[in-house]
Design a protein around this ligand. Structure first.
Ligand SMILES: Nc1ncnc2c1ncn2[C@@H]1O[C@H](COP(=O)(O)OP(=O)(O)OP(=O)(O)O)[C@@H](O)[C@H]1O
Length: 613
């Protein structure tokens, strides 16, 4: 069990280890064993703790190819990353997903800390394996094969002492390490729950691996506590012809086995008795262990090519009020008439979800839905991503060229998220494609006809960007014929209803409930991160909930508790100011100068406040 070392003890340990070259036992009293083991491994590799680690980020191309390869892992981890993101936003942390080598695939969370973390190369495309980056939570958790927290000076390299990180390896159902999940923040902030949150999130991710098709196999779900069957805390064992072929850690732990049992042990070696009928929960007994409860799911063994053992959950559409539903229905008609649709709303208001819903309901629902986040793709990459390229069009291009996302969307819907962040030069190219309905790949290939419906989204006011000269007016007129406004949560009157509906949607185990007081608190908070933040908080509450007791107020994060219930929620003064500015611009038909005059402030102040909102 890891014990927290005080910064003073770590400093003393560093001095002994790095300056005096002492590596023996007394050090173990100053820093946790796994840290010491890691320091020794790094020293043996000849890493110099006082030097700057040589961390070479991947090129944008390489990173794009690698994230593409890990698409499934990223998709499976998304709900937990979003839950942790809600926490990270509040605690000034970032949530990081890496591959099995420790290469950072995604990093999201608090923008201030993300910028500081980037200074020590804690960002996508950089390898945080222990052998290159020294002792660090991701790398060391991957080497040690278990969750670990690395605080401040426990990092091997001096510059990393600004970080406090907690990571856990992610194992697939066959016991292979497929990645790591990490939460990192400033060393000065005590984020003592981080390791627990990360561990819990990984448990849920690993459980989700079993949602996939194990057809032809028998999936046994078991638990010592019957109430936990059906939750992500249950153990899972998968048998093929009575032989254990896949499992999660909880499942192995319950029958006293480890990963070496895969392919070796038979059901009878692990359990004295197995449940008979599919789907029926029965009392079992593990060999040498206490009583267990379990049930087989699906009928794979009897129907070799049978249905999925657990139906894949359909991606659910957005929860919408009557106004937004009507706006979406109109948007569907716009798509049918080939009119582009712009979706506007703050972060987390469900712009992408709304776009997917429009696609699903439209006649193009059977075609592709190709989503491009113009803010997330590096400027150097976005052109080739969108337009594709011919063989060897530039160094690093794939030999066989690439079709490009505009062509991938042919017959379906192209969703350009954060369109306001698209570089000007690309705006011109996009405009040409929209006018001519054909795409010419980079490297001089012949233009190809394309047919897609265009949905765009932004959290910015594009008219202001047009006035400021960073968005083309002609493109604006082309894409903003019809705009769907998604309101922030704090503006919705029926928030208690939304909390209830989202809880019902997110929490599978119907025994888990929110107390009335807790629900009232959740409804009173103004949710600056909107649906994303609320959904993240609800998921976290569900993970900690007990089936026999409604979730109480005591489990809520402090900022939610800080808002008194029974009063109308108020936004911060800053948010209200910006909101008033937006409304003024709107009522002046987008004329910023006029709006500034009406507000009695100067034009540049209005620009600055709205751009940085
Ligand atoms: N109306 C809604 N009903 C249910 N869930 C929602 C709704 N809106 C958003 N969510 C959830 O919130 C999260 C964020 O949604 P989404 O990515 O669509 O937001 P966004 O506005 O595109 O965010 P951003 O601007 O940051 O990209 C998702 O997990 C989504 O499922």
């Amino acid at each position: 069990m890891r014990q927290e070392a005080s910064p003073r003890a770590v400093l003393a340990a560093r001095k002994q280890f790095f300056q005096l070259g002492l590596q023996d036992r007394p050090l173990a009293a100053l820093v946790p064993e796994p840290i010491l083991r890691s320091w020794k491994r790094c020293a043996e590799r000849g890493l110099d703790s006082a030097a700057l680690p040589r961390l070479e980020p991947l090129t944008a191309h390489e990173l794009s190819a690698i994230t593409e390869r890990h698409e499934r892992l990223r998709r499976l981890c998304r709900p937990e990353i979003e839950s942790l993101y809600a926490d990270a936003m509040q605690t000034g942390c970032v949530v990081i997903l890496t591959d099995a080598e420790g290469l950072i695939l995604d990093a999201l969370g608090n923008a201030d800390f993300a910028a500081r973390a980037a200074q020590v190369a804690l960002r996508p495309g950089v390898l945080w394996g222990e052998s290159t980056t020294g002792t660090n939570a991701v790398g060391t958790a991957l080497v040690e094969g278990r969750p670990i927290a690395v605080h401040g000076g426990e990092h091997y390299y001096d510059p990393h002492a600004i970080l406090s990180c907690s990571a856990a390896p992610i194992l697939d159902p066959y016991g292979h390490t497929v990645g790591a999940l990490d939460m990192s923040g400033p060393a000065a902030v005590d984020h003592r729950h981080a390791l627990g949150l990360v561990r819990l999130a990984v448990e849920q991710i690993e459980h989700r691996f079993f949602d996939e098709d194990f057809s032809g196999r028998r999936v046994l779900r078991l638990q010592a506590d019957r109430a936990l069957l059906g939750t992500s805390r249950e153990g899972v064992l998968v048998f093929e012809d009575e032989r254990l072929v896949a499992a999660n850690r909880a499942g192995l732990g319950l029958v006293g086995a480890d990963w070496s049992a895969l392919g070796e042990k038979r059901a009878g070696d692990l359990l004295e008795r197995l449940p008979g009928t599919d789907g029926e929960t029965q009392a079992l007994r593990g060999r040498g262990g206490g009583p267990l409860y379990g049930r087989f799911e699906g009928s794979g063994a009897r129907l070799p090519s049978g249905p999925k053992l657990r139906p894949a959950r359909r991606e659910e559409g957005p929860l919408l009020g009557p106004e937004e539903r009507a706006a979406l229905a109109r948007a569907v008609r716009m798509v049918a008439a080939d009119v582009p649709v712009l979706i506007r709303g703050e972060t987390g208001t469900g712009k992408e979800l709304a776009a997917r819903e429009i696609h699903r309901l439209s006649a193009r629902g059977g075609g592709a839905f190709v989503a491009v986040n113009c803010a997330a793709i590096p400027e150097t990459l976005i052109e080739s991503e969108l337009f594709g390229y011919e063989d060897g069009a530039f160094t690093g291009a794939r030999r066989q060229g690439r079709r490009g996302l505009l062509r991938e969307a042919d017959g379906g819907v192209l969703f350009l998220d954060e369109i306001g962040d698209m570089p000007l030069a690309l705006q011109s190219r996009l405009l040409r494609v929209l006018q001519e309905r054909e795409v010419a790949p980079l490297g001089g290939g012949r233009p190809v006809k394309v047919d897609f419906a265009l949905l765009c989204a932004t959290h910015r006011d594009l008219r202001l960007l047009v006035e400021a000269g960073s968005f083309r007016q002609d493109l604006y007129f082309r894409i903003a014929h019809y705009t769907v406004e998604l309101p922030p949560l704090r503006r919705l009157a029926d928030r208690a209803e939304i909390v209830r509906a989202l809880w019902a949607r997110l929490v599978e185990d119907k025994r888990l409930t929110l107390s009335d007081a807790c629900e009232a608190r959740l409804a009173a908070y103004d949710w600056p991160g909107n649906f994303r933040q609320l959904a993240g908080t609800l998921r976290a509450l569900a993970a900690l909930a007990d089936p026999f007791r409604p979730v109480g107020e005591d489990m809520l994060p402090p900022e939610v508790l800080a808002v008194p219930t029974g009063t109308a929620p108020v936004g911060t003064l800053d948010a209200l100011t910006v909101e008033a500015m937006r409304q003024a611009v709107e009522s002046c038909g987008g004329n910023v100068s006029q709006a500034a005059r009406r507000l009695g402030i100067n034009r540049s102040t209005l620009y600055r406040r709205l751009f940085h909102a």
